[in-house]
Structures are given as C-alpha cells and as structure tokens.
Design a protein around this ligand. Structure first.
Ligand code: GDP
Ligand code: IMO
Ligand code: MG
Length: 419
C-alpha cells in the first residue's frame, strides 16, 4: 500500500500531467486533490497531444481508477467539453468517479472573477478567469453548491439564492453581463456530470488503502501559487501543497509516503506577481520559444527565468519532498552559460530565503554553470547525455539535498528517464 503525492514546486506548469501519466502504471488510483479548470495538464503519447483541466491524468490508462476529489472545484461546462474532447480520441477513457463534496463553479462565479479582476486594474492577479477564487470563497463562506447537491429536490432553489447574492455583488462592481446563454448551457451540462458515479471519495479511498491499493494524489498549480505559502495575493485560492492532498481527499498525513516534487530546469510563471529570476533577454526568449511556453489553459505567454534555488528549497521544505523530478532540461540546450540563483540581495543584504516582502526589491545572486549544446530530446539513455548536463543534475541534487529520480527531456511519455 502506498499513497504518494505529486505536485509542482514552482508557479505551475512544471509538467505534472506528463509525469502522472507516466507513473500511472504503478498505481491503482489517481486522485486530483485541489484546483479546478484553471489547471491545464498536458499529456503526449502515441502521437496524441491532449490537455486535461479537471480530469486526473491517469485517464488514458486501462484499469486505472480516476477520482476528482472533494478539494477540486468543477465547472460543468468545461467538464463536459473535456469529456467530448476525450471521446474524439482513439483511446479508451478509464474509470472516472467524482466526489459528492467537490464544489461547483457557477456561471456567476466566472462573472465575479472577471469583475474582481477588472476592479483591481493594474494590480490584477492575472487569474485564468475560470471562477476559481469566487467558488472557493463560497466554499469557505459556507454558501457553495456541491456535486452531491445536484440531485436534491431544492437544487434549483439553492442555485437561485446563491445567484441572487452574486448579482448583488456584480451590481456593486457595476459589472455588465449577459447570463442567459451561459446559464442554460450550465444546466444542460449537468447531465454529463450525472453520467458519472458520485461517491464519498474519502470512504472509497480509506477502503482502497485497507485493501492495499496504490494511490497517487495529483496536484494542480504549484507551491508558489499556494493560498498560504505562495506569493500572496498573486496566488490561486487553494492549498496546492502536500497538506492539500490530506484535506482535498480526506487521507490522513500518516498514510502518505513519497512526495514527488516536480520542477523545470528553469522557471516560468503565467499571470502577475513577483518572479525574482525573470529574464527579459535572449536567454528568456530562448526558453519561451524552445520550451513553447504558452499557457495550456489560457494560451498566454509564460514569463521565463533562471532556476531559483531559495524558492525551490522553500517548496521542498513545505511539502516534505522525498523525490525530485526535473523537467524540460532539453530546453536549455544551446545556452552557453546556465545561471542558477543561489541567494537574493534584499535591501543590501545577502539572504537565502524568500522574505515576506518578496513582492519588491529582491535581486537574484547567480552562480554560473557550463551549458550543453546537444539535442537532449533525441537521447536514448540518460548516460549518453553530455557531462555538463549530468553536472547540472548533480549540482541541483547537492544544493537541494534531495535526489532527482526522474529526468524529462521532451513532452512525450517516452522522453522520460528514471534515475
Ligand atoms: P502541468 O500543468 O504541470 O501539467 O504542465 P503543462 O502541461 O501546463 O506544461 C508543461 C508543458 O511542457 C506541456 O506543453 C508539456 O507537453 C511540456 N513538457 C513536459 N515535459 C517536458 C520536457 O521534458 N521537455 C519539453 N520540451 N516539454 C515538456
Ligand atoms: P497548472 O495545474 C500556471 C495562475 C494564474 C494566476 C493565478 C490565479 O496547469 O500548473 P486563478 O485562475 O487560480 O484565479 O489564477 O494562478 N494559475 C496557474 N499558473 N499553471 C496553473 O495550473 C495555474 N492555475 C492558476 O495564471 O496568476
Ligand atoms: Mg499547466
């Protein structure tokens, strides 16, 4: 029996979807524990490139059971589209179960997201505008509607009541909207949610643990977007960290074994907020172009920069990471000297941690390492990689005091090495 957690250590888009897909052969159950359709998890195999938003990334493995946990927020319209997109593929979808306790994103939640961002003006979060923040606000405010409520006789009544509250806030924002089309689509798409079994996923998972099943908890976003520990307020509205797997699935901490932390060999961020190692030069443009750094959910260009060790160490500590996975090393091929941020200069002082006031005045201090020229995407064995690539991996393992157990050098399932 094992419950392992896989999550992002940076600002999201580290490659979680790819690695969950690769690892699913080792697990009976893949369970998403937080976030919603703000996530975009990309999988590539057998010539197929596919992006998932709400559905766990084990969905293309025959025999795997996929669970959308209580910590996830679901937009029925996006969920329906996800199912339609999977139906178009020439691959069978494995079993999918949905927690009755997962909260629903209402059409008005999306409007509220847009209104809030508009009101913030140039201080906007850069939200994906999927209604994530307002839905979690209603969850913690004890007003939300959940998947298990869909079949209740008073569902429509409760929906209308919540909608009325939302409309008052939209009026306060003086936000113009047209709800009718969105609303009828939303109600129609509930039928797709009804087609799947709704379960009390915590009981289901407790029984699975008793039966000795292997479970992988799949995170969304990344540690630096966590509501408590991220670069607040430029964060998402859920706990993206390992503890979020406990609350988002109802699994106790003493049942957790490995915590897999994924990071890119460099760093990206989409949306607003501090990014100490951000680049505005040729190297940054190289990362964006070669790494194809465009958001899988919104298509926005991702900001790119060098790897940030103080931020990574912070993320490793908060999550209790036992194994690291390094993604997209191939993207750095051709860059002469690779820089690694080891410390920051903060108000004239050299520090090695992310301060509370991280929003301003942090200047990275870099160490330079040798780059490599070879195309890593064509590698058949990790041993054949250039020495400077091996040196980069060893350097990071030493600095981060954690083993790197997977090295990914391309988007495809096959471009993955186990160390
Ligand atoms: P996630 O949100 O963490 O699942 O990551 P995304 O899917 O949003 O973004 C990762 C992007 O990098 C996707 O387009 C992947 O196909 C791609 N990718 C994943 N691993 C690698 C890799 O090792 N090399 C390259 N070049 N691309 C990768
Ligand atoms: P995956 O799972 C990258 C960012 C948004 C914005 C902030 C808040 O694919 O790694 P929200 O929509 O939650 O209100 O947005 O968080 N963000 C992500 N960035 N990857 C994601 O998910 C993200 N989900 C949200 O860009 O800055
Ligand atoms: Mg993504």
């Amino acid at each position: 029996m094992a419950v392992d957690v896989l999550l992002g250590l940076q600002w999201g888009d580290e490659g979680k979807g790819k690695i969950v897909d690769v690892l699913t052969t080792n697990y009976d159950i893949i369970a998403r524990f937080q976030g919603g359709p703000n996530a975009g998890h990309t999988l590539e195999f057998d010539g197929i490139k596919h992006v998932l938003h709400t559905i766990p990334s084990g969905i293309f493995h025959k025999g795997a059971i996929n669970i959308i946990g209580n910590g996830v927020v679901i937009d029925p319209i996006i969920f329906e589209n996800e199912i339609k997109e999977i139906d178009k593929l020439d691959v069978e979808m494995s079993e999918l179960l949905i927690s009755k306790k997962a909260h629903l994103i209402l059409p008005t939640h999306k409007l509220l997201d847009a209104a809030s961002e508009k009101a913030k003006g140039k201080n906007k979060i850069g939200s994906t505008l999927k209604g994530i923040g307002p839905t979690y606000m209603d969850k913690t405010g004890r007003n939300g509607l959940r998947v298990g409520d869909i079949s209740a006789s008073n569902f429509k009544e409760r929906y209308e009541k919540l909608k009325r509250k939302h409309i008052q806030i939209l009026n306060f924002y003086d936000f113009e909207y047209d709800l009718s089309e969105l609303e009828s689509k939303w109600f129609a798409s509930l039928d797709t949610i009804r087609k799947f079994e709704h379960i009390e996923s915590e009981h289901y998972l407790h029984n699975a643990i008793k039966e000795g099943k292997n479970i992988l908890a799949e995170g969304a976003q990344g540690t630096l977007l966590d509501i408590d520990f991220g670069s607040y307020p430029f964060v998402t509205s859920s706990n993206t960290i390992a503890a979020g797997a406990c609350t988002g699935l109802g699994i106790a901490p003493n049942k957790m074994e490995d915590v897999f932390g994924i990071f890119k060999a460099y760093c990206t961020r989409v949306g607003s907020g501090p990014f100490p190692t951000e680049l505005f030069d040729e190297a940054g443009a190289h990362m964006g172009k070669v790494g194809n750094e465009f958001g899988a959910t919104t298509g926005r260009a991702r900001r790119c920069g060098w790897i940030d060790l103080p931020a990574l160490k912070y993320a490793i500590n908060i999550n209790g990471v036992t194994k690291l996975m390094m993604m997209k090393g191939d993207v750095l091929s051709g860059i002469d000297k690779i820089k690694v941020c080891t410390h920051y200069n903060f108000n004239g002082q050299k520090i090695d941690y992310l301060p509370f006031e991280a929003n301003d005045g942090l200047t990275p201090i870099f160490q330079e390492l040798e780059g490599w020229k070879e195309d890593l995407m064509k590698l058949e064995k990790l041993e054949d990689a250039p020495q400077s690539f091996h040196d980069y991996i060893s350097y990071l393992e030493r600095e981060l005091e954690t083993p790197i157990t997977i090295v990914s050098v391309g988007p495809d399932r096959k471009q993955t090495f186990f160390k």
